[in-house]
Ligand binder design. Structure first.
Ligand code: H2U
Length: 354
């Protein structure tokens, strides 16, 4: 019987956080491609565009004028998906027609006053300011809302409507699907094994070293064993931490540094401002703050869509929508490619060479 090689033989891998499986078919990377070619991301972005509502001094959709901010800037989203007050849909009449109240608040956070900059091109101290502001928002919104989702959509390919560097914060009075599943799986793991799942996982990945992309004293970035997106990564603290706001000064500085290193590698992979959706998952807040949530471990997910080049993305369509996620290159191959990339941004390298 032929020996199993994960980079040659298809197999399925278990995702313990989502309690689902991914089909890994690495041999498919060899197939020719005749599908859609995505347009490369916009490269020439003006540093300041007075008509861009996210810029300092610009007028937003609701008529408010942004201050001439010089660092981060947070405002209430003018088109919020969640609002603090909405009538309750009432008691469901039948199990097949269930609805519940959804209340919340949506904010937008600009990372920097310049539109032509992204996190990997920001200084470590500027990234640290973003992290501190994230922690403040978690602290501010956490007591009132069960879940506070910080997320960044970067690049038009990920549906980002505005080139100005920013993220969004949606706080809700309920636990959304992804954290609800992660709460259950981490709790079950803790009950069964007596150790938080992701604390154990980080320790194992640190030893194995196969899937590490970057690492420092406080943080670890890996392509998880169960990654579905081609270059998906998981950012984990080395200490057991429940909430973003619980990070120490040293951990926050370490985080700024590791984020910059990871995001430079991402940009360098196809020499393009790398699109992704990223977001933080920590222990639920609101009324859950009264519960023991020590099965949780703080982490961030990065979900980038690109597969083969700056223009070819992975589509989560047919089999993925109807059966289960499938990936082409193995997580180990993806980690190795990212790990071997330089930590100097290609744009700065080009500048120094010209
Ligand atoms: P995205 O590009 O990630 O969608 O973020 C831009 C957000 O900014 C979007 O949610 C908000 C949009 O609703 N926005 C305002 O709140 N006011 C505006 O004047 C323009 C955009």
């Amino acid at each position: 019987m032929e020996q199993f090689h994960p980079s040659e033989h298809q197999h399925i891998r278990y995702n313990p956080l989502r309690d689902d499986w991914v089909l890994v078919s690495a041999h498919r990377m060899k197939r020719p491609w005749k599908g859609q070619i995505e347009k490369p991301a916009e490269v020439n972005i003006a540093r300041h565009d007075p008509t861009n509502p996210l810029c300092p001094g610009a007028t937003r959709a609701n008529g408010e004028v942004n201050p001439m901010y010089e660092s981060t800037y947070v405002f209430d989203n003018d088109f919020p998906s969640l609002q603090p007050d909405a009538p309750d849909p009432g008691v469901s009449e039948h199990p097949l027609f269930q609805a519940k109240a959804a209340k919340g608040i949506c904010k937008v956070m600009c990372f920097h006053p310049h539109s032509d900059i992204t996190l990997p091109l920001m200084s470590i101290s500027e990234i640290r300011t973003v992290i501190d502001r994230w922690a403040e928002l978690m602290e501010e919104l956490g007591p009132a809302y069960d879940w506070v989702q910080i997320f960044e959509n970067k690049g038009a390919m990920m549906g980002c409507s505005n080139p100005h560097p920013h993220c969004q914060v949606w706080a809700s009075n309920y636990l959304p699907n992804e954290p609800r599943i992660a709460d259950r799986t981490q709790q079950e793991y803790y009950r069964k094994h007596g150790v938080p799942m992701l604390v154990e996982y980080a320790k194992l990945e640190s030893q194995k070293k196969e899937r590490i992309v970057v690492e420092n004293e406080e943080w670890l970035v890996i392509v998880p064993y169960w990654a579905t997106w081609p270059f998906q990564t998981l950012l984990l603290p080395k200490r057991h931490v429940l909430h973003l706001q619980d990070l120490s000064d040293k951990e926050r500085s370490g985080l700024a540094s590791i984020m910059k290193r990871l995001l430079i590698k991402y940009d360098n992979l196809f020499e393009v401002s790398f699109p992704y959706s990223m977001g933080w998952h920590g222990a639920p807040s609101g009324h859950f703050l009264l519960d023991d949530k020590c099965h949780w471990q703080l982490h961030a997910h990065y979900y980038p869509p690109l597969l083969r080049s700056a223009t070819i993305k992975k589509f989560m369509v047919g089999y993925e929508l109807l059966a289960q996620a499938q990936r082409d290159l193995t997580p180990e191959q993806a980690a190795e490619r990212l790990r071997n990339l330089p930590e100097v941004h290609y744009k700065l390298k080009q500048e120094s060479e010209s």
